[in-house]
Design a protein around this ligand. Structure first.
Ligand code: ROI
Length: 165
């Protein structure tokens, strides 16, 4: 059995677009997993402390037979392999990989909250999801497009493909 899952990517340190491009390669190479599509990359103002660089954000659509917690283990291994630095809470980071959606599952334990806790209010996560699948919904049926039209504007700017490594 496979599950369609959507992963959010973010970075604001050490050539963020290159961090994301390398992460997409890592995700495409995961065991028991196929990369279905990747979104455009976006520049976005930081949510949280403003004394940090702008972020680059994107998302990928994966089809996997890994259970959610094993997928999380794999994402954390990619973050570590890419020299993840996380200098402070809500501060700058080299690479953040978040499971935004995992099929229509709802999960909440000490390691994982799916759908991602802040998904509903973050344009930098919602817009890449819409790029991937315009009719995507939360497990409760709420359209991602509806959340996107209601969420705060965070100055999202699509990066031209020439800016990707
Ligand atoms: N802000 C933006 N714009 N993008 C992110 O990926 C992001 N990630 C975070 C915090 C620091 C909360 N702010 C962010 O973890």
């Amino acid at each position: 059995m496979t599950t369609d899952t959507f992963i959010g990517l973010g970075s604001n340190l050490k050539d963020p677009a290159a961090q994301l491009a390398r992460a997409v390669s890592g995700l495409a190479a995961l065991p028991d997993t196929v990369l279905i599509a990747q979104s455009a990359f976006y520049a976005s103002r930081p949510v949280g402390p403003q004394d940090q660089p702008d972020f680059v954000n994107g998302a990928v659509w994966l089809r996997t037979s890994l259970p959610a917690h094993q997928l999380l283990d794999q994402l954390q291994a990619i973050e570590q392999a890419h020299g993840r630095e996380r200098l402070r809470h809500w501060g700058p980071r080299t690479l953040d990989l978040d499971i935004l959606l995992y099929g229509d599952q709802i999960l909440d334990d000490e390691r994982l909250t799916i759908p991602h806790r802040e998904l509903r209010t973050r344009d930098f996560a919602l817009q890449p999801l819409l790029d991937l699948k315009a009719d995507l919904t939360l497990p409760d049926g709420t359209p991602i497009a509806e959340l996107r039209s209601q969420c705060p504007d965070n100055g999202l700017r699509k990066l031209p493909p020439a800016d990707y490594p």
